[in-house]
Design a protein around this ligand. Structure first.
Ligand code: PXG
Length: 290
């Protein structure tokens, strides 16, 4: 059976789910999205994702034509219609169709709302067992003075440029620095280092405030790890005992090499593995029932 996709009030078979070529989401990247996972018949941290979704929309002065509760209910419905037990959910809201010209006032009809719910997502294939090889990108993460990287917007070119660079170097991911040269995040994931029982990630002002990131900071104390948010540099990465990336799609990806330097023992480290287990236990036992 074809997947059913929600578009502006109705569910359509995937092949018929369409929006206008005049949609400003396509023409100008004017819109926001979320990436959410379902595990074991429940949607993980749905309310937290709705908060971020609505905050992203507010930041670009886009009014989502639903309440948070309505949006959450539509997401649950999209999962039910597609019989999702474990899966990936992508709500997108754009400025909607309008004449050419980037002024949002041209989008007279109002926002387009799309929800895709599919049974899986696989971003990194085999990298998990051996660990991720990462290279530092020559592209700096867009600074908050230009466009807040905390907005999950449809403008991913900054990240895509870095991802293309990683591909060119045969790496699994790219590490991006902020405009001042401090570590920011990976292209679709937050970045952590572990050293002396501290688990450290940058402040979220230069990156996306990831739901997985937050979850790792919450879980750390139960494993005897001290959670920390602070600025750090590439030196701290190279000198770390362990490093990993976090994201809804990636979950926890152990990083074993950065810029040709081995991290720790050069294999997924014990704290990363303990956090991965704690994360798996949590995602499989909590969340909004479908
Ligand atoms: N940084 C960036 C730039 C992201 O896009 C994260 C960090 C991690 O955030 P969460 O809340 O997921 O822990 C993201 C998340 C995709 C995809 O389709 C991308 C993300 C999430 C899910 C799917 O590539 N990005």
């Amino acid at each position: 059976m074809e997947q059913l996709v929600y578009v502006d009030g109705k569910f359509y078979p995937q092949s018929e789910a369409k929006i206008s070529v005049f949609d400003h989401g396509l023409l100008y990247g004017d819109g926001v999205f979320e990436g959410i996972r379902a595990y074991n018949g429940r949607i993980f941290k749905l309310e937290r994702h709705m908060d971020r979704f609505f905050n992203s929309a507010k930041a670009i002065d886009l009014k989502i034509p639903h309440t948070k509760e309505e949006m959450a209910n539509l997401i649950v419905e999209a999962c039910r219609k597609n019989q999702i037990h474990d899966g990936y959910i992508r709500p997108v809201v754009t400025r909607g169709p309008g004449d050419l010209g980037l002024d949002p006032r041209k989008c007279k009809r109002g926002p387009s709302v799309v929800i895709i719910a599919q049974p899986q997502i696989n971003l990194y294939g085999k990298a998990y067992e051996r660990g991720f090889k990462v290279v530092t990108s020559s592209y700096r993460r867009v600074p908050p003075q230009s466009l807040s990287p905390s907005i999950k917007s449809l403008n991913y070119l900054n990240n895509i440029m870095a991802r293309v660079e990683a591909n060119q170097y045969g790496a699994d991911e790219a590490l991006m620095l902020d405009i001042h040269g401090y570590v920011s995040e990976a292209t679709a994931d937050n970045f952590f280092i572990v050293r002396n029982h501290s688990v450290t990630t940058p402040w979220s002002s230069t990156n996306l405030p990831g739901v997985t990131r937050e979850t790792i900071l919450e879980l750390a104390p139960s494993l005897g790890l001290h959670p920390e948010e602070r600025l750090f540099t590439l030196y701290d990465v190279w000198a770390a005992d362990e490093a990993f990336i976090t994201g809804t799609a990636a979950e926890i990806g152990p990083v074993v090499e950065v810029d040709g330097r081995q991290i720790g023992e050069g294999k997924p480290g014990p704290q990363t593995r303990a956090l991965t287990k704690a994360y798996r236990d949590l995602v499989n036992s909590t969340g909004t029932p479908i």
